[in-house]
Design a protein around this ligand. Structure first.
Ligand code: IMP
Length: 425
């Protein structure tokens, strides 16, 4: 029996991982985030309280869980402190149960400015990033000029690294003099001011994972964003800058594949995407609007309206493959409750040919004509149903069809935001 679980998104993010992690965390001991940064917005609803977490693992709302942020996360240290402050106000006691990898790269103010500049310089076709500095921070990491958490404790190293970055960026920031985000003295001071706050949270996450796993503790690996935003296997360049798939868990926490356990993919009963990039099943008509309004499809991080469309099986099969998904959690089934018919995209027609392998380039994806299969709607309120067998037959068929076509098992069905609005299969 594998006791650890990995929860990963199978679409373009916003699949409802926050709720799924929150539910599954009840039976786990440790929750670990491995990639992404404050671009994520994981929503957890407990009773009448709504928590939107950007960096801190969603398991934190359970008072007895220990949370880790791995080396693969790009950490906005000021954002993290704000999030902690907010949790304190919400009476979530986190002392002694949030730990951060010393080797996590930092997102610093100049990364956010760079995010804006890079988006502007894409001319008329920006990526639509969250402007949280994610791409520039990963860029610095890969270029080996990033500042890691451990560096902030040594004045000399920190100064030298900032000096190096200042030289590298002199040209691009030339017209931004006076913007505090690229004032390196101010960045130095701000970074020094957080040393004390971070000191008790610093740890070697990799060795902690092995220690806890060895002690028989159950670990939940919490993915951020979704498979189609993966920098290698997503809709590049309309992607985020990290590996949002299972591979990111291994490198982002410093663990081997055997520790991962069961891979659970989270998929919305339809599709959404925020930001630019190909979206073969996008609906720009009334149906798309209904999905957006009924599903409350507005970004948890940026508030942007999300693009909406039917479930795309070609993309989903690709996402299952690149993650080795064994089970899935399907969310927001209730959003489809009133539809007369529901569609699933079964294959793509590209230049007159039928294709069932997800193309890698956006130009080809833009040419896709989705070939749909229609399913009868169930026209029943599913929100209070807590057993799979009590779902209307049409809904059961819809879910079983997805499981069969992706070679996975259904683990959980979510029919509303609250914890109780869930079917555990
Ligand atoms: P970045 O991660 O801010 O660089 O943004 C790159 C792309 O990923 C943009 O299209 C964003 O809208 C999208 N993105 C990043 N994080 C999330 C997320 O948590 N949910 C949904 N989309 C995201």
């Amino acid at each position: 029996m594998k006791s650890n679980i990995a929860v990963v998104g199978l679409q373009w993010g916003d699949e409802g991982k926050g709720k799924v992690v929150d539910l599954l965390a009840a039976d786990m001991d440790v929750i670990a985030r491995c990639q992404g940064g404050a671009n994520a917005g994981h929503t957890v609803i407990v009773g009448d309280k709504k928590y939107i977490l950007h960096l801190i693992p969603s398991g934190v709302v359970h008072p007895d869980k220990i949370c880790y942020i791995g080396n693969g996360v790009v950490l906005d240290p000021f954002g993290l402190l704000e999030e902690l402050e907010w949790l304190k106000k919400e009476s979530v006691h986190f002392e002694g149960r949030i730990f951060v990898s010393s080797s996590a790269n930092l997102v610093l103010p100049y990364h956010k400015l760079l995010d804006e500049i890079y988006e502007e310089r894409r001319g008329g076709s920006p990526l639509g990033t969250t402007l949280r500095g994610i791409g520039p921070a990963y860029r610095d990491k890969v270029a080996r000029c990033g500042i890691r958490l451990v560096d902030i404790y040594d004045d000399k190293i920190l100064r030298e690294k900032l000096e190096h970055i200042k030289t590298l960026r002199a040209d691009i920031f030339a017209s931004h003099q006076g913007d505090a985000r690229c004032d390196y003295d101010s960045v130095f001071e701000r970074v020094c001011s957080i040393r004390e706050a971070f000191a008790p949270m610093l740890t070697n996450v990799s060795s902690e994972m092995y220690r806890l796993n060895g002690e028989g503790k159950k670990i939940l690996f919490e993915g951020a964003q979704g498979a189609l935003l993966d920098v290698d296997n997503g809709t590049y360049p309309y992607a985020t800058s990290s590996n949002t798939t299972v591979g990111g868990i291994l490198t982002g926490l410093g663990i081997g594949p055997r520790m991962v356990g069961t891979v659970i993919g989270v998929v919305k009963a339809y599709c959404t995407r925020v930001g630019a990039g190909p979206f073969p099943t996008e609906l720009t008509d009334k149906t798309g609007e209904i999905l957006r309004e009924k599903g409350g499809e507005y970004g948890a991080t940026t508030g942007r309206p999300r693009r909406t469309g039917w479930l795309d099986l070609v993309a989903l099969q690709h996402a299952c493959r690149i993650n080795g998904v064994e089970q899935f959690a399907i969310t927001k089934l209730d959003v489809l409750d009133t539809f007369e018919t529901i569609k699933i995209c079964m294959s793509y027609k590209i230049d007159g040919k039928l294709v069932d392998i997800f193309p890698v380039d956006p130009a080809t994806l833009d040419k896709v004509e989705p070939i749909y299969r229609e399913f009868p709607g169930w026209k029943t309120d599913t929100s209070s149903i807590t057993r799979f067998g009590h779902l209307p037959n049409e809904a059961q068929n819809y879910l079983r069809f997805i499981a069969d076509e992706t070679g996975t098992e259904i683990k959980l069905v979510s029919t509303g935001a609250a914890r109780a609005e869930t079917i555990l299969v």
